[in-house]
Design a protein around this ligand. Structure first.
Ligand SMILES: Nc1ncnc2c1ncn2[C@@H]1O[C@H](COP(=O)(O)OP(=O)(O)OP(=O)(O)O)[C@@H](O)[C@H]1O
Length: 269
């Protein structure tokens, strides 16, 4: 088990946006979080990635490779940057690239922390012991590898803001993948297929399967049911802040509670 969400509640004043939600995301799997508009998906994401501190419950990360019996990391107690360092990366519903920087530069900035750590936060450089050149070469190599994986290598030197919409979405995923030295343990994606055309959605699905094959587990909020049903190993359904279903895609799709929750929702095909 990679991530355990236990009885998590998030209240905003009198509104309970997430109501005692429990689920687990297994290592090596794509877990989708779906539900009608306002169900609490993004709020739960914000709790997992440290943008909100939950009003109640626990969020535990079992880092892959940790010794057996090692205590899990209590994400609900950590600040966002510590969560990122623990191996959880994310993208946002709205694109948040540096539009004036090139695609390549966006991926180098994402590696800034790792690069600085290699240099002993500058002290090594002062003492003339810097391993910076080698680390910098490795960072450029990694950025290029992800530009290639996201089919953006030929756009490496274009400003991110000048890329077509679908390419910007792929670049965001590439950036998230560059944030941890060995790749994140868990990649959290908030509606990555939003605004993509069918061909781009298909390419996105392939990219996510490739990321999973590379050893990064994925937690995915997505309204495009075609993508969700095709690539997810497990689907968790929220409605009005509560978990109403949790299981393999085919099972969840046929669940009468899920169908009822989606009645009147336009986005489900
Ligand atoms: N910062 C906030 N302050 C107050 N209420 C909030 C806040 N963020 C979310 N909410 C409310 O919490 C509920 C859940 O919202 P949330 O954005 O998590 O839903 P969602 O499932 O992600 O929806 P969508 O699919 O439309 O993105 C909504 O009623 C929303 O208005």
């Amino acid at each position: 088990m990679l991530l355990q969400v236990q009885d998590v509640t998030m209240r905003f004043g009198g509104l309970t946006a997430v109501d005692r939600v429990t689920f687990a995301a297994a290592a090596g799997q794509i877990t989708a979080l779906i539900g009608p508009n306002g169900a609490g998906k993004t709020t739960l994401f914000n709790c997992i990635t440290g943008f909100y501190r939950p009003s109640g419950g626990a969020i535990l990360l079992h880092p892959p490779g940790a010794e057996t019996g090692a205590a899990p990391v209590a994400l609900h107690r950590l600040a966002g940057h510590r969560i990122a360092r623990a191996g959880v990366a994310r993208t946002f519903q709205n694109i948040r690239l540096f539009p004036g920087m090139t695609a390549l530069e966006n991926l180098l900035v994402a590696q800034h922390n790792a690069l600085m750590a290699t240099t002993g936060w500058g002290i090594g450089a002062v003492l003339g012991l810097s391993r910076y050149p080698a680390a910098e070469r490795a960072a450029v190599e990694k950025a290029k590898q992800w530009l290639q994986a996201t089919q953006l290598l030929d756009r490496a030197d274009d400003p991110a803001g000048a890329l077509p919409y679908g390419a910007q979405r792929r670049l965001e995923i590439a950036r998230a993948m560059c944030t941890s030295p060995d790749g994140p343990a868990l990649l959290c994606l908030d509606e990555p297929a939003a605004g993509l055309n069918p061909r781009e959605s298909e390419e996105l699905a392939k990219l996510l399967l490739q990321i999973r094959a590379g050893g990064t587990s994925i937690l995915l909020i997505e309204h495009d049911m075609g993508v969700v049903m095709r690539i997810s190993d497990r689907v968790v359904v929220l409605d009005h802040g509560q978990r109403i279903a949790d299981g393999p895609p085919a099972e969840v799709r046929a669940d009468p509670r899920v169908i009822a929750a989606y009645l009147g929702e336009e986005e489900v095909e």
